[in-house]
Design a protein around this ligand. Structure first.
Ligand code: IMP
Length: 427
């Protein structure tokens, strides 16, 4: 049995956490493979809402091993706080483990994320300011500290010393800031965090490979999404890791032939947080409806999300590069009151019709959406549980999407609760 990747097909916040959570009941492990606490997953169970940042969604199921994979960047303080908050609400987190090869988010990463954003002025990316970009930059520059370094004071101090030599120079000379005191970092990371996290630090690749060999179901949970991917997203308005399905292999230690399915999650409309191109972006009353009905404010930063119509040019591209096998279409109920629903099927660029996503950013910035307009259903679909009960216009929308992206839509989301997902076809 191959592992299952759950990947976002737009700019994030598609409801991946909910779909992972739905599939997790049959899984042995849920692995986060990239990103850090820039992510925010909300899962609603029986009216209780759980906002997760670093902890994989499967944590809510007893018997599932939640694994923070090697591709993630971990802020240990955030992880410890999140675990304590879950424990306080009665969730048993004892099974959660962290890859010793995951990188650590350090205090200077936070500071540099804030400072570099500020100095970009008008060209700001709108990052979450969680230190994620600087942490991945240090990983690539080979001056990052890893989770395993928490287990060895000598190595931790030596690596911190190398990193701080450069960081303190940049902070002091470049930004006129006070240097970071290594002793404070050692006190926090080794004195406070290491003893709490040490029992959870593992060789995650061995663990994941063993589970795979035993034929157990492994879910690989992406954070962020396709168009925030460092390589495939709308660069530079992207995150610093690879949320696309390819990143699931490097971020977990599973090989491509060990992946069986890729489930792509897309909202029935589009949102994005932060700067960057967005061809189908809306303003006015429809945008207000989407924001208010969809609660389109960041789980993590509280920022209002930009909203727009569903973009099938982007979705088709995302399905291709992730080799998506099935789609989960979420938040359909948000569209309930709309009289008509628009779906972007191509772009107009300087009078020319483009069916495929232009690789060149300036072209994407000029792309004007060409829409197909479908009737709305104008009733609540929140209580529907069977595919046959979905209104005709919902089925028309599903058919239009399937005809363009050429993979089946297996689930549609009709509300925020764990149970509000309608399965359109069996596996
Ligand atoms: P960073 O990941 O904090 O460096 O932010 C880079 C870009 O990714 C910004 O536009 C963020 O708003 C966006 N971003 C990062 N994480 C998420 C997420 O979980 N959902 C949506 N957007 C995100």
């Amino acid at each position: 049995m191959g592992a299952i990747v759950v990947v976002g097909l737009q700019w994030g916040d598609e409801g991946k956490g909910k779909i992972t959570d739905l599939l997790a009941s049959h899984a042995a492990a849920v692995v986060r493979y990239q990103g850090g606490h820039n992510a925010g997953h909300t899962i609603v169970v029986g009216g209780a809402s759980f906002a997760l940042q670093l902890v994989p969604s499967g944590v809510l199921y007893p018997g599932v091993v939640p694994i923070i994979g090697n591709g993630v960047v971990v802020d240990p303080r955030v992880l410890i706080d999140e675990l304590s908050a879950l424990e306080a609400r009665g969730v048993d987190t004892s099974a959660l483990v962290v890859s010793g090869n995951a990188h650590l988010v350090m205090p200077y990463h936070h500071e540099l994320d804030r400072l570099t954003e500020r100095y970009l002025g008008k060209s700001q990316l709108g990052t979450t300011k969680r230190g994620i970009g600087p942490a991945y930059a240090d990983k690539a520059a080979r001056i990052g500290l890893r989770v395993q370094d928490l287990l060895d004071e000598k190595i931790f101090r030596a690596k911190l010393d190398v990193a701080l030599r450069e960081k303190n120079l940049v902070l002091a000379k470049g930004y006129n800031r006070l240097p970071i005191d290594p002793e404070r970092v050692v006190a926090d990371y080794l004195g406070t965090y290491a003893p709490l996290l040490a029992p959870r630090i593992v060789d995650s690749v061995r663990l994941i490979q063993r589970l795979w060999r035993e034929g157990r179901t492994i879910l690989l949970e992406g954070a962020q999404a396709t168009f925030l991917d460092l390589d495939h997203g709308t660069y530079p308005f992207v995150t610093s890791s690879n949320p696309t399905a390819g990143g699931a292999c490097s971020g977990s230690g599973l090989g491509p032939r060990q992946i069986g399915e890729v489930i792509g999650v897309a909202k029935a409309y589009t949102t994005r947080v932060g700067a960057g191109p967005f061809p189908t972006e809306l303003s006015g009353s429809i945008a207000e409806t989407l924001v208010s009905r969809g609660h389109e404010f960041g789980t993590n930063t509280g920022r209002r999300r930009r909203t727009g119509w569903l973009d099938l040019v982007m979705l088709r591209h995302a399905v291709e590069i992730n080799s998506v096998s099935e789609v989960a279409l979420t938040k359909l109920d948000v569209l309930d009151p709309l009289e008509e629903i628009r779906v972007c099927v191509a772009y107009d660029v300087d009078g020319e019709r483009l069916e495929e996503l232009p690789y060149h950013q300036s072209v994407l910035h000029r792309a004007r959406p060409i829409y197909e307009t479908l009737p709305g259903w104008r009733r609540s679909i929140a209580a529907i549980t069977r595919a046959g009960d979905l209104p005709g216009p919902v089925r028309r929308l599903v058919e239009l999407i399937e005809s363009r992206v050429e993979v089946p839509i297996r689930w549609v989301g009709v509300g925020p609760n764990r149970s509000q997902v309608v399965e359109l076809q069996g596996s």
